[in-house]
Write a protein that binds this ligand. Structure first.
Ligand code: ARG
Length: 268
């Protein structure tokens, strides 16, 4: 290429850069990317053992209601999916998740190291601990006092674990029930000496069903527990959506409103 030719080419190039630059200014803002076709709204099946008021229970109409239910519904609304709650007995609840019969579980489930081996949990959404229920005239004043007594628990719960530790797993004085209300009914009829279960549920039952006949005994040796929503191990997509929804309902005050609605006071 000779010098003249070079200069010509350079000039043409410079001009086109200039035109392009000018042209850019006039160009309308790029059209927004076409909105993706709305994906069908997903419906997730939620397993819950609905015999655990005020967290999950069935009302007179047979509808599943409670704090956990409203929390998950609020999370779903934020995250843009639907939920269908299915009453699921506690004893089979983790299998139902593992087999894919339920997409998630909300059931006042304490996050434990052992459970984390077989399922994934969201960030904690509730602080809890065990609490003892006994008859009003009982001499029980601490957890250690239950060492030799007949104690009712719901099979496979953290209450069961605590009493199993105290008495030994095979102790015949541990009376295991399918549900916590069944254990509490047995206490009412005098078949057992105490019930150990989550504080929210024991407190609720005593206040609403047995205020005249039961009292609760707290023991500082009970370890702090936290509830989480469970998904099948490895279901990171749903887990992330639930965590984002949970953070969103905490941030916008929905969580606090529900907490106060069910527990009569703010969460902290
Ligand atoms: N928090 C206890 C646990 O995880 C008891 C939960 C029982 N929940 C229920 N809905 N029955 O073991």
């Amino acid at each position: 290429m000779n010098t003249r030719r070079f200069l010509q080419t350079a000039a043409v190039l410079a001009a086109s850069v200039l035109i392009a630059a000018c042209g850019k200014k006039e160009e309308p803002a790029p059209a927004p990317a076409a909105a993706p076709a709305p994906a069908a709204v997903k419906t997730y099946t939620v397993g819950t053992d609905a015999a655990y008021a005020p967290f999950e229970s069935q009302n007179e109409k047979g509808e599943i209601v409670g704090f956990d239910i409203e929390v998950v519904q609020a999370i779903a609304d934020k995250a843009g999916f639907k939920v269908k709650f299915v009453n699921t007995p506690w004893e089979g609840i983790f299998n139902a998740l593992g087999q894919g019969d339920r997409d998630l579980l909300v059931s006042s489930i304490t996050i434990t190291e052992e459970r984390k081996q077989t399922m994934d949990f969201t960030d904690p959404y509730f602080d809890a601990a065990q609490l003892i229920a006994v008859h009003k005239d009982s001499k029980v004043a601490s957890f250690a006092d239950l060492k030799k007594l007949k104690v009712g628990v719901q099979t496979g719960t953290t209450g069961d674990e605590a009493v199993s530790k105290l008495q030994g797993k095979t102790s015949t004085n541990i009376k295991r029930f399918e549900s916590t209300p069944l254990a509490l009914k047995e206490l009412e009829s005098g078949g057992i000496d105490a019930v150990v279960a989550d504080n929210g549920v024991v407190g609720h039952y005593v206040a609403n069903n047995a205020a005249g006949s039961f009292k609760t005994v707290n023991d500082p040796s009970f370890v702090p527990e936290q509830y989480g929503i469970a998904v099948k191990k490895g279901n990171t997509e749903l887990l992330a959506a639930l965590n984002q929804g949970l953070a969103a309902i905490r941030a916008d005050g929905t969580y606090e409103r529900l907490y106060t609605k069910y527990f009569g006071a703010p969460s902290k």
